[in-house]
Design a protein around this ligand. Structure first.
Ligand code: ATP
Ligand code: MG
Length: 183
């Protein structure tokens, strides 16, 4: 499982998704509905964030092993990972779940809703991001790209070229909907 706001999904996320798709049977990418730990609400709506993630995964040829699930965005109110895991356990009763998170997210995992229950249900795997301290969890030995959605949004509003940060289909989608000040 790999969740996030994905406002928008970028090549840093996709690099990680591709790497973990080689290590696991299936990767579930889960855009968050209303992210309750973020300081600012997302700029793109949840349906747009889902569509960008789906477009990105398909256009990069990852769809065979990677599925983008609308499970959180179709739910009213806050998205809690524990609720999602409990739902997924019903759908895939035989599966062992691993939750992949960046080291920035791992820093405040103890503040997540029912974090103790969550840790009993899933294994946590952390990918180290630049400029964040290491975590106590198991780390994946892949190199995270120095890209964040914050950086992408800034570049777009500054009218910079973002082709090294986003898949072309996502750039087109953003322009079409005028997201992040692109219009
Ligand atoms: P923002 O700047 O808006 O916070 P973000 O780039 O951190 O965006 P999120 O949607 O907040 O993206 O992150 C979803 C998950 O992806 C988190 O676990 C985060 O740590 C991880 N992540 C984000 N960017 C990268 C990256 N470049 N490499 C690996 N993991 C990443
Ligand atoms: Mg983030």
């Amino acid at each position: 499982m790999f969740g996030g706001t994905f406002d928008p999904i970028h090549l840093g996320h996709l690099h990680l998704i591709k790497e973990i798709s080689n290590k696991f049977e299936k990767v579930l990418v889960i855009p968050a509905g209303a992210p309750w730990l973020k300081d600012n609400p997302p700029l793109a709506n949840s349906e747009q964030r889902f569509q960008m993630a789906d477009l990105a995964v398909t256009s990069m040829g990852l769809a065979e092993k990677v599925e983008v699930l609308p499970i959180e965005i179709r739910k009213a109110g806050s998205s809690y990972t524990i609720d999602t895991v409990e739902d997924l356990k019903q759908i895939y009763p035989e599966a062992n779940f691993t939750l992949v998170i960046g080291s920035d997210a791992a820093l405040h995992l103890d503040k997540w809703h029912r974090s103790a229950d969550l840790l009993k249900l899933v294994k946590i795997l952390v990918v180290k991001r630049p400029a964040t301290p290491p975590s106590d969890f198991e780390e994946i030995s892949i190199k995270a790209l120095d890209i964040s959605s914050t950086k992408v949004r800034k570049s777009i509003s500054n009218r910079e070229n973002v082709s090294s940060l986003l898949p072309p289909k996502v750039v087109t989608f953003i322009r079409e909907y005028g997201l992040y000040g692109s219009r």
